[in-house]
Design a protein around this ligand. Sequence first.
Ligand code: ADP
Ligand code: MG
Length: 353
Amino acid sequence: MIDEAKIVEALKEVEDPELHRNLVELGMIEKVEITGSAVKLQVALTVPTCPMKDKIESDIVERLKRFDEVEEVQVNFTTMSPQKSQSLIESLSKGSEEKESPISQIKNVVAIASGKGGVGKSTVTANLAAALAERGRKVGVLDADVYGFSIPTLLGIKETPTVSGGRINPPEKFGIKIISIGFFVSGDTAIIWRGPLLHKAITQFIEEVEWGELDYLLIDLPPGTGDVTISIAQKLPEASVLVVTTPQRLATSVASRIGSLAEKTGLKLLGVIENMSYFLSPEGKRYDIFGRGGGQFLAGALRAPLFCQIPLEMNLRRDSDQGIPAVFSENAKKAREVFEKLASEVEVALSKG
Ligand SMILES: Nc1ncnc2c1ncn2[C@@H]1O[C@H](COP(=O)(O)OP(=O)(O)O)[C@@H](O)[C@H]1O
Ligand SMILES: [Mg+2]
């Protein structure tokens, strides 16, 4: 037999989609009536025009219908008295003071973006993170490239996160805390990430990961200007963006897309990094394999500084495949120098605000 206690217990599993507390805790369940296999509820909304009304109703129905004994669920909505909703708001805001924002201990967030894939966005993220860590900074990397996560490989990390007390503890390598979407999917399974699911995953990576105190959180974004970037901008409005490009003259549309994304989301454009800028032969002859001027052009179009030009180096690619950042290797000498300089310039640029 179903009884009121069981119904109330089940309703503790239904959350208000915006307040993220269960309906019972929020005092929204005002009446439960059971007649045979029919359950009738009176649910008080905080505001009469609650936009989440339908979602709350369908979540309640879905949960209660899981009981074999329940065949019919009827939800009637009322509105909370002003006194009750006021005291609810007070208790919620008290809760959030106690619960310190998980990102309040992160001083700077830098997202690494690019117009397209394969330009070295992840290589820059991993190596910049390592160069900052080498300078003694506390660094975290969030690999948010849902379509081509590669940070675990680039930083040679085999451990996966552990979960304790409902928090995700990121594994560390080279003193860098690392979270990758790759830790949470198995093998090479292609996942079609829908917008809401993506948003949820990104939110969890930001809010439920024990980042602790960080000087820098670097985020490897997917190429382009899609959903993930928008989610990041919503969650981390203070983030800055570094754009990676090759020297190839980009279609102006790419530049303007990133520019308008920054405008739309309010993210600050920190600067441009040109990668694969040239190749130096062992004899010291320079080859402009991918042409010339793309970085300068993009920086001009975005009215942001061009931070550096990273040459093509076979050893950088080789070390990357082995999971060794340039600053911790003797192999890719020029790249190492460029990343060390980049780290120091990024620090200066961020300290100017
Ligand atoms: N400066 C460079 N010199 C040599 N190889 C590079 C350089 N930058 C990137 N690569 C290689 O190019 C490939 C693409 O780089 P990656 O960082 O994965 O690009 P993205 O993240 O933009 O898709 C990788 O195999 C990487 O090792
Ligand atoms: Mg990548």
